[in-house]
Design a protein around this ligand. Structure first.
Ligand code: ZN
Length: 168
């Protein structure tokens, strides 16, 4: 061969892959997202243990039974129980790194909620910090979690470790 670039092993190829999903929300997620569309975070209670799941998948993961029919509104404030600082950009991220991906235990909920923490220096992000959801203007609400842009710190003392240690 005359082309030198064709010699040697092939070490890398570009292979774009695109997958489109149609995700059916189902009853439980539909209920949750309709609540989000009204500025509410709704959970469902396990009929065996009484735990409240937000956003519920319609069943208690511990007992394997359907959650009860009623919805329970929980607070949009909560406690940061764990976090990860994301420093690597990715096409599927809507937030520019570095940022803190956080797991929040909303007040009144027994399950954690993943989101982004902003309005806070990264070196101050810590377990136990009290945070609240920041909503887009009400006139822009849809039935999407995009109604909440991020969480931000609350001017409150950190929650004691014992109050969230079961949710790490
Ligand atoms: Zn249960």
């Amino acid at each position: 061969m005359s082309d030198e670039s064709a010699e040697g092993p092939v070490e890398i190829i570009q292979c774009p892959v695109e997958l489109d999903y149609t995700y059916t929300a189902g009853q439980a997620t539909t209920r949750f997202l309709r609540g989000v569309g009204e500025g509410k975070l709704l959970g469902q209670r396990c009929i065996v243990c009484g735990k409240i799941y937000v956003a519920s998948r319609g069943a208690c993961p511990i007992h394997g039974v359907p959650t009860g029919p009623e919805t329970v509104e929980v607070s949009d404030k909560g406690t940061l129980v764990s976090f990860s600082i994301v420093r690597i950009p990715s096409e599927n991220l809507s937030v520019d790194p570095p940022f803190a991906a956080i797991s929040v235990l909303l007040d009144g909920s027994d399950s954690t909620f993943m989101h982004v923490l902003s309005d806070c220096p990264l070196e101050e992000v810590r377990m136990g910090m009290r945070v609240e959801a920041v909503w887009i203007p009400k006139e822009e609400w849809t039935t999407s979690l995009k109604n909440i842009t991020h969480f931000r710190p609350l001017d409150e003392p950190d929650a004691p470790y014992d109050s969230y240690k079961e949710h790490l």
